[in-house]
Design a binder for this molecule. Sequence first.
Ligand code: FAD
Length: 442
Amino acid sequence: MKFDSIIIGGGVAGLSCAIRCAEAGLKTTVIAAGQSALHFSSGSIDVLSRLPDGQPVANPFEAFNSLKSQSPEHPYSKLGEQATRDALAWYQAMMDERGVYLTAQNDDSNHLRVTPMGTFRSTWLSQQTVHQFPLSDVAQGLDAVALVTIDGFRDFQPKLAADNLAKLPQFKGVTIKTAAVELPDFDTMQRNPCEFRSIDLSRVLRDETKLHAFAKSMIHQVGKVDLVILPAIFGNGDGAATIKLLEGLTGYKICEIPTMPPSLLGIRLEEAMKSHFKALGGLILAGDEVRRGDFENGELKRIYTKNHLDMPLIADHFLIASGSFFSRGMSAQRHSIEEPIFGLDMTDLPHRDHWYQPEFFAKQSHPFLKMGVTCNSQLQPSLHNQTISNLYCAGALLAHYDPVFEGCGSGVAISTGHYVAEQMIKAQRQTTDDKQQERTFA
Ligand SMILES: Cc1cc2nc3c(=O)[nH]c(=O)nc-3n(C[C@H](O)[C@H](O)[C@H](O)COP(=O)(O)OP(=O)(O)OC[C@H]3O[C@@H](n4cnc5c(N)ncnc54)[C@H](O)[C@@H]3O)c2cc1C
């Protein structure tokens, strides 16, 4: 099978690249072995919340120069501010068309979102159903909030979250209530304790009779508050619409926070991207896994997958966006770390004793989180020190940044995926022009 571009990995990096390629008319396929990190994420897009030295960042783009001087090899330092901004603007507009509205603060600064633990985390873009607490005035306009769950739901504990919220200086003077609202027939619907994760609840709450009963019970238990915070238990395609309906039924302003996985807020992004890619004519080989590839003269010629071991997939351009350890894009042995598909060149490895900080919650990043595939400024990796000209790398597999400590995971994934796509598109157009010229002169 021959494609213009083959994308290895179905996370936010791979899908961003794939969609942009398909938009430009490239025949594109995505090979995705398993679930992406989005199933575990908040569904908010972190762009840059902390510099590598630990300094908090209020406005990500204003911090790009400091980032470059602290970390010249950081993916953002390679892309630069404009390419990163362009990628995020493209992503916002593309998701907007799919009905997932992602917004930032008007002044381009980060905002805070509440975590399921009742702490704040800084991020840049959030979905329309997530309450944005501005950095400058966190509890702006709030006198009382309620943390509400479904009675018996295990993946969000409002009392724990309320205790933590109450300790935050920014919430001094704000009344914090909790409630566990009963869902009709909950006991009979729950066959075993593992059932009724967020995704199961979303199916139940699609039933308008149950949603009405839920709304009634909520009004009764919560009383007067300025904001109701619910765990994300509303569906993928229609979640935002259901919340609007619930707001109408209760009169409350309602927002969502992520739950323990599966995280519907993250899954919503993934579903929207996948359906858009398919609508553009893209092909997703879900559940297949790339095993190896053939390289000739500094180019990747073909790849072999679990399901196509004797029928290689061929393309002009390839992207590897197979994620970090979490998604098995990288694997660690006792004294080595490798990229398991092609064995691409990785960052220099210090002695194992220096892979992590002595304290888990350290003030600095754990070094193993910055390990990954090394690339040139075009995001092309190398194999045995030879640059592979038609292979690119994006997302969590890249070296020299820590998505968790620096709060930049999805931002790097989207912008590097988009940056690679633009290069593939340019190269493809160049090839078409060259062929056209050859034909003209022939
Ligand atoms: C638990 C968790 C929570 C996070 N929360 C947030 C958040 O709230 N906001 C934020 O901005 N960032 C967050 N991040 C960081 C961010 O989600 C990641 O940096 C980003 O999603 C990485 O995307 P990716 O596409 O590079 O990789 P991934 O999402 O890891 O996707 C990699 C894909 O490659 C596939 N793959 C692997 N090997 C192969 C193979 N051989 N063949 C084919 N496919 C393969 C995997 O199955 C997977 O589909 C979080 C990360 C984690 C781990």
